[in-house]
Design a protein around this ligand. Structure first.
Ligand code: ZN
Length: 531
């Protein structure tokens, strides 16, 4: 394994000199050198200044040969256990037909004969030339002797083969989330509530050594230059694993966990407050207010443009959300609310306004996840209430059909990143991995180009909502840190933790279409090299 912890462990005090070092992206501040002591930046400036300090303190300097250094990426919203699962599963993103899906499935099954269950993710029927949803009969053709579970790109719907439906006892289920044909027979497509059942079933089958499984995912994220994550929909089992890995010195990734609703209840049965540490923290609860635009379950004020009878699904009532907020805030936890449609955001605002007066702390309590369809009045309101938002710019490219969903009247409300930034909302950048790739350059690229190079229809209507490279990098570092309520990461100013990455190129002088070619050469956390 290439990860070597503490290869510079001896250097409690050291300096990086001769670099192109961005210590902040807002304002943009660049220096030649910085000094680090015991995991934190202690000074920034020119080579001579830093050399002198390090010499006086008895450390050494490292010449980094003009290369670019930036603060480590902070992905404010991803699913760590989902990333782990993806590393053992079939990637179906970009599949253009049901036939192609079948051949990818066959190929994967042949290459992985030991898997007890075949798990895949990322298909999107909108891309299929057949112009229809796939069925279990399509994939029974390929595999009928072990369960096959293929999650749609949005994570809110799935395709199962007959064996999987039998194993999970779904054929006899009465749930409205099981899609049926005209005769009432399940087609193989399931939605929302059934997805949770599926996830724990799959995990149970695929995961033999859980710690190693999670560790692989951590190493994967670190190798991409991610030094801190907001781990959403976390479960206690994974948190235990993370605490163990940290204790054994196997990971330095900084993790802020937001438990899913049921594990939050379990957690409260033995803990009455958040856990804070330098590496693994449990800081909040994640709750779903609605579904996704892809599955037309995101909750909108007015019906879908391409489904006039349907305005989406409300997954929690305002009253229940208010109660949850009250409980979480009174014990010092944050609430992270998944709200994609504008009606879901309305619900979030109503609930938050009811409990807000009882909050005494001044940091971020409430964060809205995604806020994909957000009206100008809501943007102003969130600013006024100091509610943070995490955005996933890569959705712009995946949701290429979004204009059809919402119609041209609402199109200006979709992913209005520049407007939100200009209004002064606290914004964190994220990938929602494994929904989107965890590679930060994919996200920066999408934020900056807004799909214009892929001819995404949304970009034609809202090109003015593209972020600049330095804005995207600011939100991906300091912005995300603020959403997580962490005050000493996201910049490399004196006093901040020495979490940084060394790059092959300077992103601020890279053409947007070249951004995805930038390589992560080194990754450092708290002054220790992890890649
Ligand atoms: Zn998510």
């Amino acid at each position: 394994m290439y990860i070597q912890y503490g290869s510079r462990n001896d250097l409690n005090v050291f300096g990086l000199i001769n670099g192109n070092i961005y210590v902040s992206f807002k304002p943009i501040k660049k220096v030649e050198a910085l000094a680090i002591a015991y995991g934190r930046v202690i000074a920034i400036g020119n080579n001579n200044y830093v050399r002198r300090i390090v010499h006086e303190l008895g450390g050494e300097v490292i010449d980094i040969g003009k290369r670019t250094v930036i603060p480590g990426f902070i992905d404010a919203h991803l699913h760590l256990d989902g990333v782990a699962l993806t590393l053992k599963s079939l990637d179906l993103r970009g599949t253009r037909s049901i036939n192609e899906l079948k051949s990818k499935l066959k190929d994967f099954v042949d290459r992985n004969p030991d898997l007890e269950v075949i798990y895949g993710r990322g298909w999107d029927q909108e891309l299929f030339i057949e112009g229809r949803w796939p069925t279990r009969y399509d994939i029974d053709d390929v595999v009928d002797d072990k369960p096959v579970i293929l999650i749609r790109v949005c994570g809110h719907a799935a395709l199962l083969n007959t064996k999987a439906m039998e194993d999970l006892d779904i054929l006899r289920s009465k749930s409205k989330d099981v899609v049926r044909d005209e005769k009432g027979i399940p087609t193989g497509i399931v939605k929302e509530s059934i997805i949770d059942i599926i996830s724990s079933y799959v995990k149970g089958k695929l995961v033999k050594e859980y710690d190693k499984y999670i560790h692989d995912a951590i190493n994967y994220l670190l190798s991409q230059g991610i030094t801190t994550i907001g781990y959403v929909s976390a479960d206690i089992k994974t948190v235990n694993s993370l605490l163990r890995l940290t204790r054994e010195g196997k990971t330095l990734l900084r993790i802020y966990a937001y438990l899913d609703l049921s594990d939050f209840e379990k957690f409260l049965s033995f803990m009455n407050s958040p856990i804070y540490s330098d590496y693994v923290s449990v800081v909040g609860v994640k709750v779903f207010l609605d579904g996704s635009l892809g599955a037309r379950t995101a909750l909108l004020t007015k019906p879908y443009n391409d489904d006039p009878q349907n305005s989406g699904q409300e997954l929690i009532s305002v009253n229940d959300l208010t109660k949850l907020m009250d409980k979480a805030f009174s014990k010092g936890f944050q609430v992270a609310a998944h709200a994609i449609g504008d009606k879901a955001i309305d619900n979030a605002i109503v609930a938050y306004e009811r409990v807000r007066s009882s909050i005494k702390r001044s940091d971020i309590h409430f964060r809205i996840e995604h806020a994909s369809v957000i009206r100008p009045d809501q943007i102003r309101k969130l600013r006024e209430l100091d509610v943070a938002v995490t955005i996933q710019p890569r959705f712009i490219i995946s949701d290429w059909w979004v204009v059809k969903r919402v119609g041209t009247e609402r199109v200006k409300w979709v992913y209005p990143f520049k407007t939100m930034k200009n209004e002064g909302i606290t914004i964190g950048l994220s990938t929602d991995a494994p929904v989107e790739p965890s590679n930060p350059w994919e996200t920066v690229y999408a934020a900056v180009t807004r799909g214009s190079l892929e001819n995404i229809e949304l970009s034609k209507y809202t090109a003015y909502e593209a972020l600049s490279i330095n804005e995207a990098l600011h939100l991906y570092t300091y912005g995300s840190a603020r959403v997580l309520n962490v005050k000493d990461i996201g910049k490399l100013l004196p006093g901040y933790k020495a979490d940084f990455v060394v790059l092959s190129n300077d992103p601020l002088v890279t053409k947007p279409k070249e951004l995805r070619r930038i390589k992560i050469l080194e990754v450092w956390i708290g002054g220790l090299r992890v890649k």
